[in-house]
Design a protein around this ligand. Sequence first.
Ligand SMILES: Nc1ncnc2c1ncn2[C@@H]1O[C@H](COP(=O)(O)OP(=O)(O)O)[C@@H](O)[C@H]1O
Ligand SMILES: [Mg+2]
Length: 338
Amino acid sequence: MPRTSGRDLIQAVRADDTLSAIPVLVLTARTTVGARIDRLDVGADDYVAKPFDAAEFRARVRSLLRIKDYQDTIRAQAEELSRWNRTLNDQVRQQVQQIEGLRAELEAQLREVQASRARVVQAADDARRRFERDLHDGAQQRLVTITLRLRAAKESVPPALGELRAEFDHAVSDLSDALEELREIARGIHPSVLTDGGLRAALKSLAQRAPIRVDLDIGVAGQLPEQVEITAYYVVAEALTNAAKHANASAVTVEVHATEGILHILVRDDGTGGADLTRGTGLVGLKDRVEALGGLILWDSPRGKGTSLRVELPLIAANGDTRAPHPHESDSIHGQET
Ligand SMILES: Nc1ncnc2c1ncn2[C@@H]1O[C@H](COP(=O)(O)OP(=O)(O)O)[C@@H](O)[C@H]1O
Ligand SMILES: [Mg+2]
């Protein structure tokens, strides 16, 4: 081994990864404090100055070995901890992945349930629309034809037979009443005015037929997704019927507005309050319909303070019908009265 200075040796030991952990005790003949500090600074753990006492030397070696033991223990524990850390990290990552998988699955199921509710409502609406068409093209047309024939027949009755002519008049008038009743029933099955004239016209016609005063404020024009229009129509129809039937109200206000992809409907009456979904079928039916479209229905009906029904419907229907609404053509119809 070439001659190496003590200082170089210490540096070489510290620079070598395989040796860096071993304790270094310097035996030195140098007596200056500066030289001893220098040995400690370059990496020695301790020094003993020559001449030295053998017992002290052994004590210092033992002390360094103890320190080395502590360091080994600490290093082993640190490794163990970092192993644990890695294991825990892996487990957490796996669980997060599992939870995210479950969440995605749940969301997919929820979307499927939502879509299937919307399909059920859509299928029922389609059936009602067909039924209404059949009534319109069948029974209603026949009644109209019979009325015309009766009128024509009456004209061929000689004026002398006044009683018979009056009988014809009665028959025509009864038929007209029956026809009107049938039209009312057909409207309940499916509001054809909605298909023909859109939500605005349909709400106007509801307001005109209501037995109490209805103030309409409709801030949408043009076509909305079909199921949204039908649902909005039923919401207003039910709320108006309830106001007339249960609330003893004197007036109702109806507001309909579209903002940022949502149709907002607010119907307020000044009646008795106390609407309770568990006591009837109308509000429950509305809730089903609204939720089938991914919408929201809320009501506030304190006793003696009137009832307000608030509904929000996303304008992209749950069945994927994305017909965009006409944006903000807004105007108001006020003071519809009967
Ligand atoms: N606007 C209202 N004002 C006062 N009470 C109401 C109103 N709407 C509903 N109600 C009460 O809540 C119950 C449930 O309403 P609804 O579900 O529409 O049932 P119904 O089929 O009887 O109309 C009604 O029976 C009535 O007692
Ligand atoms: Mg009702």
